[in-house]
Design a protein around this ligand. Structure first.
Ligand code: EPU
Length: 430
């Protein structure tokens, strides 16, 4: 397995191109199952999760064609992917594939909406909590699907098609909202989704579905209305920039010091996180080209932050903020309200010398004057990248093991950081 070696202590200066968002790309690719025409997605990041979803869709009979390079493309240009679910040959998503990536469970919605049946394994995914799918199942039931759990599989049936209905989520769920949206587009009649997730990736999915002929209003607010249509068509859609990648690099620069332009980043997608960074002492400015983050000289101020659904501070940046706060001048408090077990990075940050105390869902981080490099390993994507950030500021060498977690969600991580002056390299497995 590959490892990443980092020698800390270098400031980051230059520019980092922001890739298309992983968490928008995945539901957009899945939405291709709703139509027999071709969906063209631009700005698709080169990530292990995207490749895995390609395999999962292939299993249903979906053809995925990745466009070649065009004149003038830089090495960071996202891919253009043509996805065609002309004929769905199998409505079953097997355990071996779904267990590797939780989001693949979402195929259940377009499959049952278009084909009247789906058999999808209960999911796996990152080890960040129990992460049930009860609310996704409830949403499908509200649209008339009959659900049965059979030997680890969720079987959804709607032989006469789904029917519009009212879905009230008792808790904000991104995957639940994606599922409800996709299913409702082909249902007969009107659907109202209450307490919907407002994450930008939901808005991106709704925009794409509308280009495919869906009738969706209110995406990005807690109440979404969908009027079902008989069929959807192909479309062309550009994936929005990755707000979590943006926030991650913004935190890296704040931690090491320096001055970096995050090219193509959209500040409104992560305003809460940028506000927190400004509080810590970073200088944040927005230009037409993206978001500029700088910190020169000044110390880091501690902060108190609670993760929340959008537009609050995202759980997917919690680990990275914790890494940053290990060097603050004082005690920070970070409360995680979305996933009950998303603190796997705490013990690994401690290996670098961080002082963190956990009490229930709150971590108290007492800033230390310096971190020291060490071998570390993480069990999920965002935790892994928090270790990279910490290593960039630590004295000496850190080796991050289990790099496959990083490859799931960060495109060319070491190339982007090295171009800004970081001493970082991938050690290929011998
Ligand atoms: N929940 C339930 N029942 C359900 C569904 C969710 O109780 O049926 C709970 C979850 O256990 C959690 C909360 O609701 O406590 C929110 O979960 P949500 O459904 O919003 O999460 P998700 O859709 O599974 C997506 C992202 C995550 C991100 C969360 C929250 C993708 C592919 N994944 O997951 O991203 O943390 O929303 O914003 O979009 C990551 O990229 O590293 C990642 C984990």
């Amino acid at each position: 397995m590959d490892r990443i070696r980092i020698v800390g202590g270098h400031r980051l200066n230059g520019s980092i191109p922001i890739s298309g968002a992983k968490n928008a790309t995945l539901p957009l690719m899945i939405a291709s199952l709703l139509t027999d025409e071709t969906l063209v997605l631009e700005n698709v990041p080169r990530l292990a999760d995207v490749a895995l979803l390609q395999r999962i869709l292939g299993n249903h009979g979906v053809d995925v064609m990745i466009g070649g390079k065009r004149p003038g493309d830089t090495e960071y240009e996202g891919q253009t992917v043509h996805i065609s679910a002309k004929r769905i040959v199998d409505t079953m998503a097997p355990y071996e594939l779904v267990a590797k990536m939780r989001a693949s469970f979402w195929v259940i919605a377009p499959l049952v909406a278009r084909m009247g049946e789906a058999r999808v394994s209960l999911p796996g995914g990152c080890a960040i909590g129990t992460r049930p799918v009860d609310l996704l199942v409830m949403a499908l039931q509200q649209l008339g699907a009959e659900i049965e759990i059979d030997r680890g599989y969720v079987v959804a049936r709607a032989p006469k098609g789904l029917k519009g209905g009212k879905i009230v989520f008792p808790k904000v769920t991104v995957g639940g909202t994606h599922t409800a949206l996709m299913a409702a587009t082909l249902a007969d009649g009107d659907t109202v989704i209450e307490n919907a997730a407002c994450e930008p990736e939901v808005g991106d999915l709704a925009d794409c579905l509308n280009k495919m002929g869906a009738k969706i209003t209110g995406a990005g607010t807690p109440t979404i209305n969908v009027t079902g249509v008989r069929r959807l068509s192909g479309a062309r859609h550009r994936v929005l920039p990755d707000r979590i990648e943006t926030g991650t690099y913004a935190m890296a620069v704040t931690m090491t010091g320096g001055d970096v332009l995050l090219e193509g980043a959209r500040p409104e997608l992560l305003q809460a996180a940028l506000d927190v960074l400004a509080e810590t002492g970073a200088e944040i400015s927005s230009t037409n080209a993206g978001v500029r983050v700088a910190r020169n000289g000044s110390g880091l101020a501690p902060v108190e932050v609670t993760t929340q659904p959008f537009p609050g501070f995202p759980t997917d940046l919690q680990a990275q903020l914790m890494a940053l706060m290990t060097l603050a001048a004082g005690t920070s408090r970070i409360t995680e309200t979305i996933f009950e077990n998303r603190f796997m990075h705490v013990q690994e940050l401690a290996r670098l010398g961080a002082q963190i105390r956990l009490e229930g869902e709150t971590a108290s981080i007492e800033g230390v004057p310096r971190l020291n490099g060490a071998p570390v390993m993480a069990t999920d994507l965002r935790a892994s990248v928090s270790l990279v950030i910490a290593a960039l500021a630590a004295e000496g060498e850190t080796v991050v093991n289990r790099v496959y977690h990083l490859d799931r969600g960060f495109e060319r991580l070491e190339g982007k950081l090295a171009a800004c002056g970081a001493e970082i390299e991938r050690l290929a497995h011998a």
